[in-house]
Each structure stands twice: as C-alpha cells, then as structure tokens.
Design a protein around this ligand. Structure first.
Ligand code: AMP
Length: 400
C-alpha cells in the first residue's frame, strides 16, 4: 500500500510517499514560496534522482498539480492511481478531534470552524485537502492532528486561570502541539526499553527550532508545554516561550506597538535568535566557544527552561521510566543533552557521557547502567507517524 503524506503550510507544501509494506520512503518533495514569482518545486526519489521546477505557482491548487506532475514525471509511480491514500497533517484539531479521521465535507467544515485558533495553518491545510480530493476523489484522505495526542490532558492541566467564559466562548485553553512526535518517540522508546506502552511513563523532549515537552503517564499525555498556540512553554529558535503575560500590554503602551507587532516579535524575533544572535543552536555554540557572552546566555537560558519543566513534570508524574530526547537539537546536540541532565542524578537520571557523544541515526539508550530512569534518543519521524495513522484509519474503514 502506498500512502502519500502532505504537509500543506501557508506558502509551502511538503510531501513524502511511503511504501507501507516496509515503511520505506519512495520519494519526498517540497513546493516553496507559493504565491510569489520565485516559487519552485523539487522532488528527490529513493533512487537518488532529483527533479526541480522553477515557475510561478499562484496558489495551493497549482501547487498540488505540480506535486502530482513531479510524482508522475520522476517515475516513482507509473500512474497516480497507484497511490492508495493520503495523510494530511493538520496543526489544530482543538477539542473537536480526538483521533485521526477520514476527510469528508463535514470534517472540512469543522477544520474551517477552527480557523480562528490556527489562522495561518488551517486554511492552508484545507486548500491542500480540497485540491487533493478534487484530483483523486476516489481515494481515502485522512486528517492527522498535531493536537490529538494531548487530548487526554485533564482539565486541571489544560485550563487557564482566566474567566471561564473565555474558555466557553472562545475555546481558550491549552491544546499542545507536536503531538504526533511525542506519541511516535514515546511509543518507540517503550518498545526499545521493552515496557508495555500502557504502563510506560516518561517525559518527551522535542527540542527543535520549535520545542515542547510532554508528560506521559501510562501511555497518555497528562501535560505539555505548548498551549493555545505554539508560543507557550520553552524558549525556542525564534519564540520567547512562557513570559510574564503583562509584558504584552506593557510593550503596546510603552513601545507603541500593536498587538500584531508584539505577537510577531514574540513568535519570530525572540528566543535564541534574540538573545544569542542566531536561531540555530550549532551557531550559538560556535559563538559561545569563541567567547560570545550573549550566545552563552542563550544556551544557559535554553537549558534552564528545559530543566525547570523536567522538574515540574517529575513532580506531577511521580515515577518515570524514561526521558526521551528528539528533534534537531534533541537528536544531534550531545552538549545540550549533557547540560540538561547535569544535576538530575537526584532523580536517578544518570547520563552516560560517552554513549551520549556517540553519533548514530537510530533510537538508543544513553543512560548509565544503574540509572533507574532510562535516557533515550529517538529520532522523530512525524511524516511516518502520519502515514501510519492514515493507514490505520483506512484499514478500519475497510473493516466496517
Ligand atoms: P528541527 O526543527 O527539529 O528540524 O530542528 C532544527 C534545529 O535543530 C536547528 O535550527 C538547529 O538549532 C538544531 N540542530 C540541528 N542539528 C544540530 C546539531 N548537530 N547540533 C546542534 N543543533 C542542531
């Protein structure tokens, strides 16, 4: 069975085609700068062939057409009919969706209703879905939501201490994001540690350009650091994470900025970039080694915030089996992992500094033999997780 995964963003479409027999990637591609004169599209196949197209791509409909053209012309499939199903990444499913779902008109209407909660993402996802369905109305399309895994959070975790009508009227609550990644890496870790997932408790650290942590008890998420939007929680590449909320009106009043401008600064001009001069942790560390004090400050702030949430989540979870590092920084940055784990021996979290420095592209354990909490690195694969979910939903439909 061949499953195509589509991640349709505001000005880009990323796609990957999987052969689900062995979960191998047949090809991957992207279409960028949709809506500008500089749009381009690219596909690379598992056999190493690369094709590129540079021409204006006005909208997502044209983008999906070009994706189909590339899939066909690159020879990965002889006909689009070979594709058995499509999985679409959807950022915001709010409390409306508690599992991945087959897409039909009523599902798209619900995703549309959630646009106020994801004004950039959900319209782009819908454009991708509508166009895919137009081209291939005969195959099942599945929506897979970033928020679903966090839907098991108790109300005490997801409510904000605001007037309750804001929750009732505007759905203001914590939703959490990166759910497919937290679920994927925690399941993989339970497997390598040989623990039943429904008895597995852990803290997953998704540390990439966007970063979040989840507290997982017996295979269910009970808290996570991102909130109503991805801005809450950790310090990130360009996001400030949790700060005193009164800073926003302060800046509006004293720096004469609009709400939109402050929001833009907090999402795109803050975090590692604002403090250390780059949103890339590799550059932060290079600058830090060259004696740049702000880069060192950015590194220290990033680590401190991760540690604070680990402490908080140990307090609410009680016992944990594992701490799992994933995403760009979590998978590749031994120095960050060592700094995060330093001083956590008191919780029986003991990193093996030699294993931590080995560079391997596979799930592995990096804790000392006598560490009660097993520390693991698990490369995340959100697209594969989407393909697996899409396949599960398509098979269930077949069994009904
Ligand atoms: P992601 O959002 O998961 O793709 O992660 C991207 C981020 O991971 C980059 O912006 C870098 O900060 C970080 N990153 C990637 N590779 C490394 C590395 N070898 N060492 C440190 N940080 C890395």
């Amino acid at each position: 069975m061949k499953i195509l995964v589509i991640n349709s963003g505001s000005s880009s479409i990323k796609f990957k085609l999987y052969d689900m027999k062995n979960e191998s990637v047949m090809c991957k591609g992207l279409i960028e700068q949709i809506g500008s004169d500089n749009s381009f599209a690219k596909i690379s196949t598992a056999h190493g062939s690369i094709k590129e197209i540079s021409r204006p791509i006005a909208n997502h409909a044209q983008g999906i057409d070009i994706m189909n053209e590339l899939l066909f012309n690159s020879g990965v499939v002889n006909s689009l009919d070979e594709i058995d199903g499509v999985g679409h990444r959807v950022v915001q499913g709010a409390d409306v969706f508690s599992d991945a779902v087959l897409i039909d008109e009523s599902v798209m209407a619900k995703i549309e209703e959630l646009i106020p909660l994801a004004p950039l993402h959900n319209p782009a996802h819908l454009a991708g879905m509508r166009e895919t369905l137009k081209v291939r109305p005969d195959i099942p399309n599945v929506a897979v939501f970033d928020t679903v895994f966090h839907q098991t959070m108790p109300k005490s975790s997801y409510m904000y201490a605001l007037p309750i009508e804001f929750y009732e009227k505007y759905k203001i609550r914590k939703y959490g994001f990166h759910g497919t990644s937290h679920q994927f890496v925690s399941k993989a870790a339970a497997k390598i540690l040989n623990i039943d997932y429904d008895k597995f408790s852990c803290i997953t650290l998704h540390l990439g350009n966007g970063a979040s942590i989840a507290a997982i008890k017996n295979g269910k998420c009970i808290d996570t650091t991102m909130g109503l939007t991805p801005l809450e929680g950790l310090m990130m590449g360009t996001r400030c994470g949790s700060i005193d909320p009164a800073i926003m009106p302060f800046l509006m009043e004293n720096a004469n900025l609009s709400a939109k401008e402050v929001d833009n600064i907090m999402n795109k001009k803050s975090g590692l970039l604002a403090i250390g001069g780059s949103n890339d942790m590799r550059i932060i560390e290079q600058k830090m080694d060259a004696g740049d004090e702000n880069a060192k400050l950015a590194f220290d702030m990033f680590v401190l915030k991760v540690k604070k949430f680990i402490g908080a989540y140990i307090a609410i979870l009680g016992k944990i089996d594992s701490i799992i590092f994933t995403a760009g920084i979590g998978e590749n940055d031994a120095r960050i992992r060592e700094a995060v784990c330093e001083g956590l021996e008191i919780f029986d979290i003991k990193i093996d500094k030699i294993k931590n420095k080995e560079s391997k592209d596979e799930p592995r354990r990096i804790s000392q033999i006598d560490s009660k909490v097993r520390i693991a690195i698990v490369p995340t694969d959100e697209e594969l997780a989407i393909a697996q979910d899409a396949l599960r939903i398509i098979k269930n439909k077949g069994n009904k």
